[in-house]
Design a protein around this ligand. Structure first.
Ligand code: IPD
Length: 274
């Protein structure tokens, strides 16, 4: 029920805030990192420690819930989304930022039930902003309602995307092609700040009109996609079809119109599903 989900979300908010405190202490210290899928895909001890903390905290409270965590998957665990309540966790979204002390890092926690996202919690650590949404209940930042903009065209809009963690030629070609296509609409600008989760929060709060990215994973966008929808935005697959959180790609816009316009000009690279 909605009240159960609200209780789950409230607890996750508390856990995200605690996790954020750990990240805030660690970001100003010396950091070392290991590599994952590529030479620009980074992980630190803090990512792992924070993920363990989040999963253990939720598990203790909800022993029958399931978990998908970025670093657990990197450690070899398979992504498996069932109908059971499943927490989808990115302990530090924006690890590259964290490593470089760029203050755009987030804790992202989504909750899926019956394979539908029902709650999203994103903590913008260095700004101390807690973004939350429960299905049907609207989206909030630090408890105050947030809304997307009214933008219906790319012309004059602010677009947010990311380079991502792949550098292979086919993926890069697609990236450049899409970047050009967006600029040729006379969008006011493109931003790429390094956290997929926070990019979605920016669209949700009306600080930017649309976000797209290829190569993301479910933990990058689970929480953010519901926050955008609950803020009145339109989230779909870049082909224009239904958003699929396992498909590694997303478009999230302020309105259906601007979102469909962007879908119409994007080229799609091949991606292996989560
Ligand atoms: C990354 C960030 C980045 C996006 C990458 C993600 P991580 O997440 O969200 O903005 O471009 O695709 O992997 O690895 O820092 O949790």
């Amino acid at each position: 029920s909605t009240s159960d989900i609200q209780a789950f979300a409230l607890f996750a908010e508390f856990v995200a805030k605690e996790a954020g405190e750990t990240i805030r202490r660690a970001i100003v210290m010396e950091k070392s990192f290991d590599l994952k899928s590529s030479v620009v895909d980074l992980v630190t001890e803090t990512d792992k420690a924070v993920e363990t903390f989040i999963i253990n905290s939720l598990k203790e409270r909800y022993p029958d819930h399931q978990f998908i965590g970025e670093e657990s998957v990197a450690g070899g665990l398979k992504v498996s989304l069932t109908d059971a309540p499943t927490w989808i966790i990115d302990p530090i979204d924006g690890t590259t930022n964290f490593v470089h002390t760029f203050p755009y890092v987030a804790v992202s926690i989504g909750l899926s039930i019956n394979k539908e996202l029902v709650a999203g919690i994103i903590y913008h650590v260095m700004a101390d902003e807690m973004y939350t949404a429960v299905v049907g209940q609207g989206a909030f930042c630090n408890g105050l309602p947030i809304k997307v903009t009214h933008a219906t065209t790319l012309q004059g809009s602010l677009v947010i995307t990311e380079v991502g963690a792949a550098r292979d030629p086919l993926r890069m070609d697609c990236f450049y092609k899409n970047f050009k296509a967006v600029l040729s609409t006379n969008a006011h600008g493109i931003r790429a700040l390094g956290s997929a989760a926070l990019n979605l929060c920016m669209v949700a709060k009306g600080a930017g009109d649309i976000n797209y990215e290829y190569g993301i994973h479910c933990w990058d966008v689970a929480a953010g996609s519901i926050i955008v929808r609950e803020a009145g935005g339109y989230v779909c697959d870049p082909t224009g079809g239904d958003f699929d959180q396992m498909a590694r790609r997303v478009v999230a816009g302020a309105t259906k119109e601007i979102t469909k316009e962007l879908c119409g000009i994007l080229s799609h690279p091949d991606l292996e599903r989560d």
